[in-house]
Write a protein that binds this ligand. Structure first.
Ligand SMILES: Cc1cc2nc3c(=O)[nH]c(=O)nc-3n(C[C@H](O)[C@H](O)[C@H](O)COP(=O)(O)OP(=O)(O)OC[C@H]3O[C@@H](n4cnc5c(N)ncnc54)[C@H](O)[C@@H]3O)c2cc1C
Length: 505
């Protein structure tokens, strides 16, 4: 080896920053903070690796209202476990899942590694959520029943006063005041797990600003670095080619590029969660606002770029329809649709809370003029609206707050509720595209947030919390993502320091 190469290698080695901690947490936000603070409260030294710079810390969490599916401060919503269970897998083989009643160690390996959510984890989420809510109270966070962008709801929800940012600030402040034991490395992205000769995870390799190699060695590693909504390659690989045109619903999502999931799969972690899907939200493509949702469509009609209706706009309360309906919009040509209304939208008291886009709607005195603004065929839009109007029931009883049963007759697709003619100028339309709140595919964890491998065994020293762990199939159980970040983060933070058989090499 020439001197020159030796010099280069030495320089590389010296450039690599290597630090040692009890626990290494990847990702600063709600799952990561909950894990880091819990581990520290239990006596650990902690490193947090965070891709974003300090002034942008907060990931997805900082942009959310952080609704929690709670009935009150002491209990989750009545439908919590049922909704999760309905969406906890594809169509798993009943002959295999029947053994889920057994203690984990007695379950067959094929079940322990199966791509379905561990029922114990669902129960743990339900039991621990109220405790986590009260734990957050110790940091000054107050929860209440706050207004949302849903006019009417099919379940119960609470939220922290100040939203997700209040959570980031409260736990972030704790981290900032314990810098002797908790070190945060901003602009540092993890890329690879380090394992010892026994297969225990003992650290993380990554890269800091300036492409500087970085290593953090620890007794345990907690992956809390979100899904892959900010990674076009993984989006098109897992969800399909159109998914890379579905933008993250907030700036924070761009930082989540799936490395946490990928690096764990690379060492044999079992996948869980619906890799082909994600939490879809209907947003105004023109808007630069965070989460510029348009959720008033059930009181009007949805039109695609051919000027046609393509779905039942009112098949249920909007909080339970918007995800599947947004996916239907994604499937339209160009991935775009328009929510169209006439003057009678004003009959819906407070409709404006359902639209977070601050860009005004397209507005016209005639349908012809509106069609031109929408860039859809004028004759087709008129024909669609005429047919829809003639199918609307000729009766009173419109009630935006309940399923009012005002359904179209003889129209395909039907509009099942809130069907009223669109005939009174002025006419309005909001464009809507599908955005990606977070991805569903992730790692399989048990009810202690320990990562399971493809053989059904625990990978010693490795934990996953928040979006990195896959717990949703088909439809997201709404208002549970921040909550699961706190619960799984706390589980991981506690368990990670119990282990001393996997301390650093
Ligand atoms: C606008 C909006 C509204 C929402 N509303 C709600 C709601 O009301 N209720 C609800 O429950 N959920 C809601 N969600 C979803 C919820 O906010 C997120 O799913 C949750 O906050 C995710 O938390 P997390 O800690 O897992 O990930 P994040 O908060 O996304 O944090 C992941 C962190 O990891 C960092 N990171 C990523 N990759 C790496 C890497 N390789 N190395 C180092 N760091 C990395 C990121 O920069 C980021 O800081 C909403 C989301 C958005 C965007």
């Amino acid at each position: 080896m020439s001197n020159n190469i030796v010099d280069v290698l030495w320089e590389k080695i010296l450039q690599t920053r290597k630090e040692t901690f009890d626990v290494v947490v990847v990702g600063f936000v709600i799952a990561g903070l909950s894990a880091a603070v819990t581990a520290h409260q239990n006596g650990a030294t902690v490193a947090i690796l965070e891709r974003a710079p300090l002034d942008e810390r907060g990931g997805n969490t900082r942009y959310t209202e952080s609704l929690w599916r709670m009935k009150n401060h002491d209990a989750v919503s009545d439908d919590f476990q049922n909704r999760f269970s309905e969406n906890s897998g594809g169509w798993p083989d009943p002959g295999i899942v029947k053994d889920a009643v057994l203690e984990r160690d007695n379950q067959p390996r094929v079940l322990r590694s199966l791509g379905v959510v561990d029922p114990d984890l669902i129960n743990t989420l339900a039991q621990e959520a109220p405790k986590c809510l009260s734990w957050l109270g110790e940091f000054g966070v107050k929860f209440d029943f706050l207004p949302t962008y849903f006019l009417s709801q099919s379940t119960t929800r609470m939220a922290p006063v100040g939203g997700g940012l209040a959570l980031v600030d409260a736990l972030g402040n704790y981290v900032d005041t314990h810098t002797n034991k908790i070190s945060v490395f901003y602009e540092t992205a993890a890329r690879e797990l380090i394992t010892n000769e026994c297969g225990h995870v003992v650290g993380v390799k990554g890269v800091s600003a300036g492409n500087t190699p970085f290593e953090a060695i620890g007794g345990s590693v907690i992956l809390s670095c979100g899904g892959f909504q900010g990674n076009p390659e993984m989006l098109s690989h897992y969800i399909g080619p159109q998914a890379q045109f579905v933008r993250p619903v907030s700036r924070g999502g761009h930082y989540n590029r799936g490395e946490g999931i990928r690096m764990a799969l690379d060492i044999g972690a079992a996948p869980c969660g619906d890799f082909g899907s994600f939490h879809a939200q209907p947003v105004d493509p023109r808007a630069t606002d965070t989460e510029p949702v348009v959720l008033n469509y059930s009181y009007g009609i949805l039109i695609n770029d051919a000027g046609e209706r393509f779905t039942d706009e009112g098949f249920n309360m909007v909080d339970s329809t918007y995800e599947s309906l947004t996916r239907t919009i994604m499937a339209q040509r160009g991935g775009i649709a328009f929510a169209v209304f006439d003057k009678s939208l004003e009959d819906v008291k407070n409709w404006s809370v359902t639209v977070r886009s601050t860009v005004p709607p397209l507005l016209a005195e005639t349908l012809d003029a509106l069609a031109k603004l929408m860039n859809v065929p004028v004759a087709q839009l008129n024909d669609t609206v005429d047919k829809y109007n003639s199918a609307c029931p000729n009766q009173n009883g419109f009630d935006p707050m309940v399923l009012d049963g005002l359904a179209t007759k003889g129209l395909d697709p039907i509009k099942s509720n809130w069907a009223r003619p669109i005939s009174l100028p002025p006419f309005k339309a909001w464009p809507i595209i599908c955005s990606n709140c977070f991805t569903f595919g992730g790692l399989k964890i048990d009810s202690r947030a320990r990562v399971v491998n493809t053989e059904g065994d625990i990978i010693p020293g490795l934990y996953a919390a928040g979006e990195v762990a896959g717990i949703d199939y088909r439809t997201y159980t709404g208002s549970t993502s921040v909550m699961r970040g706190v619960v799984t983060g706390r589980l991981a933070g506690k368990d990670a320091i119990l282990r001393d058989d996997n301390k650093a090499l």
